[in-house]
Design a protein around this ligand. Structure first.
Ligand code: PMP
Ligand code: GLN
Length: 379
């Protein structure tokens, strides 16, 4: 077999989690909580399993879940999506991203990626014959986007721009100003936007979530990709959704029906009921802000340097004062020698740029954060 993806290996998340397990290290690498979700949510899944909700869900997802997502989006951002035509439930944001990219990208189309970026974007673009065009963000200005650079990369082949806010791995969030600049750039073009918003409900220090859908100029061309895995501490459930205007949703669904057709039924019912209580998602920002502050307090005495994350459950730290090793070597060494696993941020750059930065996931119980902090502070 001639590989279609010869340059693709196993994702860094799997590699580092395995290394952590092999060495009995605290796993602050792959992004997942090491604590349980709400018992209420488990009870709801059990209820719907026993009620016999065990056959195929409709292709677009069950109606109550589509309705509550539309209602929540309207209440939070004032934008109406038709639950039957413009909301689609899928098997995780990874599927939403893949289906949205596949729906629009054709051979030879250019897709603008702002790196560092989540690892599934580029392969999805390439598997559809697209050409990734990179805009490189760096820690020197805390990964702020220079929109004049984005504008300069746009050609008549540009089909899509991929956004992610709150951002994995950097923990930055987009501002109103970012979106206004983006809106003026794409106005009068046919460029689409895929907006990865899986950390929508994990945002700190009073920041507001600036989704492109808050601007009509952007909303009409945007596929929003969401996931319940992050919001409800259930990354293993793999249930997500896509919001997009009707014509875009139609094309999205054509892909979704051949990828998975539909998504796990009893969990959709449980989520639909759990979402009826807004505090179940509105309380998550405060919860994770405390986790971020806890982690930062635990590494306060270390020689790492950082800017506190504004969202997501990741904190990036610079280690230049500790060693000049490359970030992959350091992440591996710390896993083996001091028993703390992290992700080297170079993994999120297509040319593996090394800015001496590690990403730690702070979605961990306090004791794990304390022990990790003690170990990291000795470096
Ligand atoms: N996008 C980002 C930025 C992520 O961090 C993740 C996390 N795994 C995903 C997409 C994929 O989400 P899911 O697990 O729902 O497929
Ligand atoms: N999103 C998670 C992270 O960034 C990992 C998901 C995965 O393992 N594919 O760590």
């Amino acid at each position: 077999l001639q590989s279609k993806q010869p340059h693709i290996g196993t994702t860094i998340f799997t590699v580092m989690s395995k290394l952590a397990n092999d060495h009995g290290a605290l796993n602050l690498s792959q992004g997942f909580p090491n604590f349980e979700c709400s018992p209420k949510l488990i009870e709801l899944v059990e209820k719907y399993l026993r009620k016999g909700m065990n056959q195929y869900a409709p292709l677009s997802g069950i109606q109550p879940l589509r309705e509550i997502i539309a209602q929540k989006t309207s209440e939070l951002y004032g934008i109406s999506y038709h639950p039957d035509l413009e909301v689609t439930i899928v098997s995780g944001a990874t599927e939403a991203l893949y289906a949205a990219i596949t729906a629009v990208v054709q051979t030879g189309d250019e897709v603008i990626l702002l790196e560092p970026n989540y690892d599934s974007y580029e392969p999805a673009v390439r598997l559809n014959g697209g050409i990734p065009v990179y805009v490189t963000l760096t820690p020197e200005n805390n990964y702020q986007i220079d929109w004049s650079v984005v504008k300069a990369k746009i050609t008549d082949k540009t089909k899509l721009i991929l956004l992610n806010t709150p951002h994995n791995p950097t923990g930055t969030v987009m501002s109103k100003d970012d979106l206004e600049q983006l809106a003026s750039i794409v106005k009068d073009t046919n460029i689409f936007i895929v907006s990865d918003e899986v950390y929508e409900h994990i945002i700190f220090d009073g920041h507001s979530h600036w989704s492109p859908i808050r601007y009509p100029e952007l909303q009409k061309r945007t596929f929003v990709c969401g996931s319940f895995g992050k919001t409800f501490h259930v990354t293993g459930w793999k249930v997500g959704y896509c919001l997009a205007p009707q014509q875009l949703s139609e094309e999205f669904r054509k892909v979704h029906q051949w990828l998975t057709f539909s998504t796990v039924t009893p969990i959709q019912y449980a989520l639909a009921e759990f979402l009826q209580e807004p505090d179940n998602y509105l309380s998550i920002s405060q919860f994770y802000q405390e986790k971020r502050d806890k982690f930062i307090a635990c590494i306060q005495g270390s020689r790492f340097e950082w800017i506190p994350a504004s969202g997501s459950f990741f904190q990036c730290v610079n280690y230049s004062k500790i060693t000049d090793e490359n970030d992959l070597a350091l992440a591996q060494r710390l896993t083996k020698e001091i028993g703390v696993a992290s992700i080297p941020v170079s993994a999120f750059y297509h040319q593996k740029n090394d800015y001496k930065t590690l990403r730690f996931c702070f979605a961990k119980d306090d004791q794990t954060l304390e022990i990790a902090g003690e170990r990291l502070s000795k470096l």
